[in-house]
Design a protein around this ligand. Structure first.
Ligand code: NAP
Length: 228
């Protein structure tokens, strides 16, 4: 199977590249700066990994990436690249630059990649678009407030993914969001509950088993669904 993993140079993305190639899948991994992506380069020394430069917030970068994959079929597109800013708070003041930054990457960037690779995912029918979201994007689960930039962007990504699921049904594409758990990465921090290995092992299982029924769903890393 052919996978594309964005943000494949560290954290959850790197773990996806590692586990998928270890079991023999073909992976196109992207990084904003491939020459700085040391761990990914080391992995590529041992395994057949195609590394491409991609900044999902830059339209020209996404277009160039799309051209490089022109005519190729992609079975699973894993939109993993993302950023987290807090975005201030109402008493001290919002940080609208941070709110804009998270929306730019997590929503617009992800949709840019979907648009650019749509023909690739549709090529052989039954392709999957997997968007990495967060429980922090769940309105139902919001019990602590704050994190305006990140929460708003992931809630936006959730809504966009639900629409993708409906709009791409006739193309035989399934689209869904997954929450990876609270994971020990630069974003998740040292206090996070699970390792990238634990998270991604479970996520790959969920992605493998996902079919038409899961399209438009908000999947939890270790089973079940998360309320919107
Ligand atoms: N860790 C958690 O606990 C947790 C929980 C819920 C959801 N998530 C989601 O899971 C995904 C991966 O998170 P992570 O914990 O692995 O985060 P991470 O360690 O901070 O890694 C983020 C990845 O996204 C890339 N990226 C950021 N902006 C980009 C852009 N404009 N274009 C292309 N790539 C970009 C980064 O590249 P650079 O190295 O170039 O910056 C890096 O590869 C994210 O979507 C995140 O929101 C994580």
């Amino acid at each position: 199977m052919q996978y594309v993993v964005t943000g494949g140079n560290r954290g959850i993305g790197l773990e996806f590249v590692d586990q998928l190639t270890a079991r023999g899948d073909d992976v196109v991994a992207t990084a904003r700066n491939p020459s700085d992506a040391r761990e990914l380069q080391l992995l590529a020394d041992e395994r057949d990994i195609e590394i491409h430069s991609l900044d999902i917030s830059e339209p020209q970068s996404v277009a160039s990436f799309g051209r490089q994959l022109d005519g190729r079929s992609v079975d699973v597109l894993i939109n993993n690249a993302g950023v987290l800013h807090r975005g201030g708070e109402p008493h001290e003041g919002f940080d609208f630059d941070e709110i804009q930054a998270d929306f730019e990457v997590n929503v617009k960037g992800t949709l840019r990649v979907v648009e650019e690779l749509l023909d690739n995912v549709a090529a052989e029918g039954g392709g999957k678009i997997v968007n990495l979201t967060s429980k922090m994007g769940s309105i139902a689960d919001n019990g602590s407030g704050g994190s305006y930039a990140y929460r708003v962007s992931k809630a936006g990504l959730n809504m966009a993914t639900k629409s993708l699921a409906l709009d791409l049904e006739d193309d035989d594409i399934v689209a869904f969001v997954v929450h990876p758990g609270w994971v020990q990465t630069r974003m998740g921090g040292d206090g996070a509950l699970i390792t990238t290995e634990e998270s991604v092992t479970n996520l790959i299982g969920r992605i493998d088993e996902a079919g038409r029924e899961q399209s438009g769903q908000f999947l939890e890393w270790d089973g079940g669904e998360i309320p919107w």
